[in-house]
Design a protein around this ligand. Structure first.
Ligand SMILES: [Zn+2]
Length: 271
């Protein structure tokens, strides 16, 4: 499933179409997670994407009087191709431009992705309005997390994966950041000190930035080969390593389930 770093990389990869005028927005199969509104094709003709950016795991294209909000779901990805190249199976949408020799195609085998055109205020759109802060922003700090954790019984791992607190911290990144910080994933949020919350936010930023850098170095593959849209291969310290020796202390990595998600940790390094 594309995580925040893959979405960030996709947004970077789409920058060449910023400021281009859309010739056609063709919907071949509207049956994504929500049906794609056929009106989008008409509305986007001759429009220019003024800005392309990420909010949580949404790709936002800002136009003069509306926003296009795209989610990659489980298997969504964009590719650039020559207009002459025949469409691949699961290419559901194609965007062509004036004065640009390539088209952008949206491919999504499982069709859990989504495309919405938002006419009103973006921050009031139902998919956007309840989102927490961005993990890479200055707003996301130890103080912020510490304040939000007051009176929270919730396990710290579920807490940092709670999208209304902070967006885009997926299971892998949460597990790795907790290991780096030395906090057991099941610890109650309210019991984590301000100092550790501060280290935790730093480590979350570090693992995400590391994965984004990895993504940046593979951006050509990501787009030109049809995108190997799995996780960028960051070297995991704990995630998926149940029963293997901890890379720091040698004791065995444990797996427990927290909020229905597998959670990996080292009992020695995280107490
Ligand atoms: Zn250890």
């Amino acid at each position: 499933m594309p995580e925040l770093p893959e979405v960030e990389t996709t947004v970077n990869g789409l920058q060449p179409i910023q400021s281009l005028t859309i010739k056609a927005f063709s919907i071949f199969n509207p049956n994504l997670r929500w049906p794609v509104d056929p009106e989008i094709s008409l509305l986007l003709e001759n429009e220019i994407a003024l800005q392309i950016y990420r909010r949580a795991k949404y790709i936002i294209l800002k136009f003069q009087s509306f926003h296009l909000v795209i989610h990659l779901g489980m298997t969504g990805k964009f590719t650039f191709s020559s207009p002459a190249e025949s469409r691949k199976k699961h290419d559901h949408i194609e965007i062509s431009f004036f004065n640009f020799n390539q088209v952008v195609r949206y491919n999504d085998p499982r069709r859990f992705g989504s495309v919405h055109l938002v006419r009103g205020k973006l921050e009031e759109f139902f998919l956007i309005k309840n989102l927490g802060v961005e993990p890479l922003s200055d707003e996301f700090s130890g103080d912020y997390l510490f304040q939000k954790a007051r009176n929270r019984q919730q396990a710290i791992k579920a807490f940092i994966m709670n999208q209304s607190i902070v967006v885009g911290v997926g299971n892998i990144y949460a597990s790795e950041a907790l290991f780096m910080t030395g906090i057991p994933p099941q610890k109650k949020s309210k019991q984590v000190s301000k100092k550790l919350m501060s280290n935790l936010t730093d480590n979350i930023k570090a693992v995400l930035n590391h994965a984004i850098e990895k993504g940046g170095s593979s951006i050509n593959d990501f787009f030109n080969t049809g995108g190997q849209a799995g996780y960028f291969q960051i070297e995991h310290q704990v995630y998926g390593r149940e029963g293997l020796p901890c890379k720091r202390c040698g004791s065995f990595i444990k797996k427990i389930v927290i909020a229905q998600r597998s959670s990996f940790f080292c009992r020695q390094c995280q107490r």
